[in-house]
Design a protein around this ligand. Structure first.
Ligand code: CP
Ligand code: NVA
Length: 291
């Protein structure tokens, strides 16, 4: 069976927990990484900008002995004359896995249907599962476990929010998104009251109000959901602040909160690297990779 990593909702909880356990172990071996991916190649495709996802997958693959080839939209025939089906079938003959950032989720699923190698979702407009795996790993490091914790989200309801909702069902944590009323109306796990969401939260999390590809979007309605010291004061004294980055300075979060001792944003960014290794090991297990 081909082991894609596209939707957290496709997995049973045990498999996701096993991936995270491996991520913690691989982090512990970061100065002596096991050469699990020797002779294996990962294609990395991007139709949008990326710093963390691109660097962490590239370094993850190489630290564990593998190779990468990076292609942006401008380098490929995909999007021009060549179909998704043809691209998937050709790439499957060259590399061992594909990591792809692609706006349209349906097209990523189409690529996976035609590929004979694993496809990893490096973010679509619908979800960002690798980010949330790193976030949960970071919460486990800081708070011991995520089970039963209260995670409160503020601002827009976007791809990162959706992956948090998917994860809450697998890892048994409470997730509430405080978002403007018109967005809350047709989405699960929402409130339009920021203070209600923040009250006694263990984790306060936000993301940009303007995602990639949304240039020109009006942001006025998001100001009541800005994460600032006043909002943080409603959370537990031990609450941590998270953001997948990049921050749009200083819209969705104020500088004092982002740079406070509660902020764990750079640990979160670092854990992208360790979690990518474990996700790759899961996806590449059919090639004989075993940890
Ligand atoms: N958080 C995240 O995915 O960052 P990049 O867009 O820089 O990859
Ligand atoms: N919601 C953001 C996340 C970036 C990592 C976006 O889609 O641009």
């Amino acid at each position: 069976m081909i082991k894609h990593f596209i939707n957290l909702s496709d997995f049973d909880a045990e498999t996701l927990k096993e991936i995270l356990k491996n991520a913690h172990n691989l982090k512990a071996q970061k100065f002596n990484p096991p050469q699990l991916f020797k002779g294996l190649s990962l294609a990395m495709m991007f139709d949008k900008l990326s710093t963390r996802t691109r660097m962490s997958f590239d370094v993850a693959m190489k630290q564990l002995g593998g190779h990468t080839i990076v292609m942006t939209q401008n380098d490929m025939q995909l999007g021009g004359a060549e179909s998704i089906e043809s691209t998937a079938k050709v790439m499957s003959r060259y590399v061992d896995a594909i990591m792809i950032r692609m706006s349209e989720h349906d097209k990523m699923e189409e690529l996976a249907r035609h590929a004979t190698i694993p496809v990893i979702n490096a973010m679509t407009d619908k979800s960002h599962p690798c980010q949330i795996m790193a976030d949960i790993m970071t919460i486990e490091e800081k708070l011991g476990s995520i089970e039963g914790k209260k995670v409160a989200w503020f601002g827009d309801y976007n791809n990162v929010t959706q992956s948090f909702v998917d994860a809450s069902a697998k890892f048994n944590f409470e997730f509430t998104a405080a978002v403007p009323e018109d967005i809350a109306a047709d989405k699960p796990n929402t409130t339009s009251d920021a203070i209600t969401a923040a009250k006694d939260a263990d984790v306060i999390v936000t993301d940009t109000w303007v995602s990639l590809g949304q240039d020109g979007k009006a942001i006025e309605k998001f100001w009541p959901y800005q994460v600032n010291a006043e909002l943080m004061a409603h959370a537990k004294d031990t609450a941590i602040f998270m953001h997948c980055l990049p921050i749009h300075e200083w819209e969705e979060v104020t500088e004092d909160v982002a740079k406070s001792s509660a902020s764990i944003i750079y640990d979160e960014a670092e854990n992208r690297l360790h979690v990518q290794k474990a996700i790759l090991a899961y996806c590449l297990s059919e090639t004989g990779v075993s940890i």
